[in-house]
Design a protein around this ligand. Structure first.
Ligand SMILES: NC(=O)c1ccc[n+]([C@@H]2O[C@H](COP(=O)([O-])OP(=O)(O)OC[C@H]3O[C@@H](n4cnc5c(N)ncnc54)[C@H](OP(=O)(O)O)[C@@H]3O)[C@@H](O)[C@H]2O)c1
Length: 163
């Protein structure tokens, strides 16, 4: 099973603010949907609560929470990340979709990274992606896009595999 992390981050590893994303980038939301559709997505309870329309369609939604009584319609709730991996061992690829606490715990064990690097600073950010040790990762893909009328900042889609 491949454990993949997917995240959209600012120049300084910013990842979220006030319980939500840094900015609205429709091209990135489409990219996220294309990459993750058909695969399980693992997320922290706060990220689940930030989803504007509840569980993500066409994906097995796996939420981690230490609240053992938590039940969510349309999602599986697990008490630990290990439990989510045990329950998805038969899957080809599992996507870790955030937030900050989950990225921090899974970066050491992930095999693949899909990063959207937004070329802007977000001083009001309160959630961050962990610092990467780039000597452990090989860049396998890079595509850069300019800002446009709908996407307020330039950004790059980057892919990495663990060496
Ligand atoms: N930039 C991006 O690509 C991206 C992606 C996703 C999210 N985000 C942003 O990130 C922010 C949310 O991130 P966050 O770090 O505040 O919260 P989070 O990681 O989404 O969720 C934290 C919660 O997950 C549960 N949890 C964490 N580790 C656990 C473990 N080992 N075992 C069991 N449960 C565990 C706990 O839930 P309980 O409190 O219920 O126990 C914890 O309070 C939002 O602003 C969101 O928009 C950004």
């Amino acid at each position: 099973m491949t454990i993949s992390i997917i995240a959209a981050i600012g120049r300084n590893n910013e990842a979220g603010k006030n319980g939500g994303l840094l900015c609205h980038l429709p091209v990135d939301l489409r990219h996220f949907k294309e990459i993750t559709s058909g695969h399980p997505v693992v997320m922290g309870r706060k990220t689940f609560e930030s989803l504007p329309q509840g569980p993500l369609p066409n994906r097995r939604n796996m939420v981690v929470s230490r609240n053992t009584g938590l039940k969510i319609r349309g999602a599986e709730v697990y008490p630990s990340l290990d439990a989510t991996f045990l329950k998805s061992m038969d899957e080809n690829e599992v996507f870790i979709i955030g937030g900050g606490t989950i990225y921090e715990q899974t970066l050491p064990i992930a095999n693949k990274l899909y990063l959207t690097k937004i070329h802007a600073d977000f001083p009001e950010a309160d959630v961050f992606f962990p610092q990467m040790n780039f000597s452990q990762w090989r860049e396998t893909s890079r595509e850069t896009f300019p800002a446009d009328g709908k996407n307020p900042y330039p950004f790059s889609f980057l892919e990495y595999e663990r060496l």
